[in-house]
Design a binder for this molecule. Structure first.
Ligand code: FNR
Length: 193
């Protein structure tokens, strides 16, 4: 059974390096035999998570759409920026809203359960945003996802991608390939059906 992988970047910035990384991951995953769905969080705008809002209006429709997508895929590759050594608000807010779908009754129950995740980050700094991934890993595991240990961080991202859209640094390209391979090896094809 062909594994279904959802791919997105945790940034809506024009010229986002993490979008470039997500696109590179999508290419690698397709070459490795996955069926890839790439989305942009900009197409799923959400208000800042708020329990009063949830009480008054329920979980937003876009959180439910995202929860359905998570539930319909076997795996997720998430390329996330690092903000102040941690998770950017866009990513945390998305995870928080989707985590509330499970108790809302209008979407899939526990959309993260059984979802295998691989993480990447890109930054124009030396560490490539890797410090934020420790926090992101912990949050995702808390909501029930299983996160593979292989991950990739792209340093000096403003000049890290070649004309083919892949990381030019051999070591970084290998880390990306290994993270994608681990994602496919550890996911349960058919979970998202
Ligand atoms: C950053 N940036 C950043 N970079 C980094 O390597 N470590 C960090 O701790 C931070 N902290 C940080 C805080 C805030 C509030 C902002 C707005 C930015 C820089 C950031 O990683 C860089 O702009 C990336 O290029 C953002 O990812 P995208 O949008 O290119 O995908």
């Amino acid at each position: 059974m062909i594994p279904r992988v959802l791919v997105f970047a945790g940034s809506n910035r024009s010229g986002s390096f993490n979008r470039q990384l997500a696109q590179a991951a999508a290419k690698v995953l397709a070459l490795q035999g996955a069926e890839v769905t790439m989305i942009a969080l900009a197409d799923y705008p959400l208000p800042l998570v708020d329990e009063d809002l949830k009480k008054e209006k329920g979980v937003p429709a876009n959180a439910i759409r995202l929860a359905r997508l998570f539930a319909a895929h076997d795996a997720l590759f998430l390329a996330s920026p690092e903000y102040n050594a941690s998770i950017p608000p866009l990513v945390k807010n998305t995870i928080d809203w989707v985590s509330l779908v499970r108790s809302d009754g209008s979407g899939p129950v526990r959309p993260f359960d059984g979802l295998t995740v691989a993480l990447g980050s890109a930054s124009d700094g030396k560490l490539g945003g890797i410090r934020g991934l420790y926090h992101l890993r912990a949050v995702l595991m808390n909501v029930g996802a299983q996160v593979v240990s292989q991950q990739c961080a792209i340093s000096w991202a403003n000049k890290a991608f070649g004309e083919d859209g892949m990381p030019s640094d051999e070591r970084e390209a290998k880390h990306l390939e290994k993270a994608c391979r681990a994602l496919l090896d550890h996911c349960t094809p058919g979970r998202g059906r």
